[in-house]
Design a protein around this ligand. Sequence first.
Ligand code: NAD
Ligand code: MG
Length: 384
Amino acid sequence: MTRSITVLGATGSIGHSTLDLVRRNRDQWRVEVLTANGNVDKLAALAREFCAALVVCGDEGCLPALREALAGSGIEAAGGPQALVEAAARPVDMTVAAIVGCAGLAPVMAAAERGGAIALANKEALVAAGDVLMAAVSRGGATLLPTDSEHNAIFQCLAGNSLDHVRSITLTASGGPLRTWSAQQLASATPAQAIAHPNWDMGAKISVDSATMFNKGLELIEAWHLFPVGLDKLKIVVHPQSVIHSMVEYRDGSTLAQLGPSDMRVPIASCLAWPERMETPCAPLDLPALGQLTFEAPDEVRFPATRLCREAAEAGGAMPAVLNAANEAAVAAFLAGHLPFTRIAVVVEETMARYAPPAPHALNDVLAIDHEARVQAIGLLETA
Ligand code: NAD
Ligand code: MG
């Protein structure tokens, strides 16, 4: 049976892994929509290869070039944020939400309101919108399939069990490429050093988040919404080998863990095939070759991000959206060479201290908070 699929963020790292799996099973999928921000050549090439019905570039200025690249193909093209939302609202069996940042929120909301299955990689959308997004998912009767490797691991470890029996959930963190650096070394970490992740090949923003540990903090907030067991039952452990992707401990003392290669095609395949299973080309785990799996407590002095994310979750309301927006602005400034690595967390903490808007009730509230928190964070870049 053929199923229809939309990939939001098709030209990125998750988009690439998703389309690799679709390519290997071409007879099973009909590609409805592919989107990107501005990478027109790649988007047009993917659209032609997969015979997409519609392609959308988030950057409206790229639309003429996209149309030109698709000339004669019969593939429909559109551009701009509103076109992304309309594209995401088209009925499909599976939406892969893989835009990076809060820029992906409005399209994910549209997909959620429309229903169907959503493989959610875009963690910033859930962190920023929280209850607003979860409410849209339940209104639309959508099925949210966690694609982030940790959340996919937890989802698998929870299968068939009630949350009532959960004693704790432990998110594993690789610790990133700067895990062993001193505070002094961290202060002069460059973008190239921060994005050189030891285990995973990912987009630039999430790679920086892995180095600061904001990625794990954002994932803590993500887990808090996806698996509502309460913040006090959510833990983080550093596990540099990234073999165990997360664990669930039950009240009887059993802990279930999900293991696998550090390749996002594994959790993506779990979402695409759910509730069945499908083949992936990933090499099986070779435990004797790995030898040892090790674990450490996170160091929140050198890496304050997980503390800040926990505080944002405890404050609730708008605070996770403020934290996320400030982090996005600070990471962009770091990648542009305008902010030292260790100042990312300082900018986030200071933005949270200065801007405490009321809790959002709808998408537009979240987008307004996101916008204002960015303005505040950018204002702090010079001084924080
Ligand atoms: P990426 O930077 O490689 O790709 C991002 C995609 O989003 C691209 O297609 C880009 O064109 C599009 N995009 C960026 N800004 C946009 C905008 N303003 N409007 C419309 N489209 C825009 O990022 P990635 O590593 O694939 O990550 C995507 C999401 O998945 C992130 O939220 C990330 O946290 C999450 N995630 C990624 C991984 C991974 O291994 N890469 C793992 C877990 C979760
Ligand atoms: Mg993850």
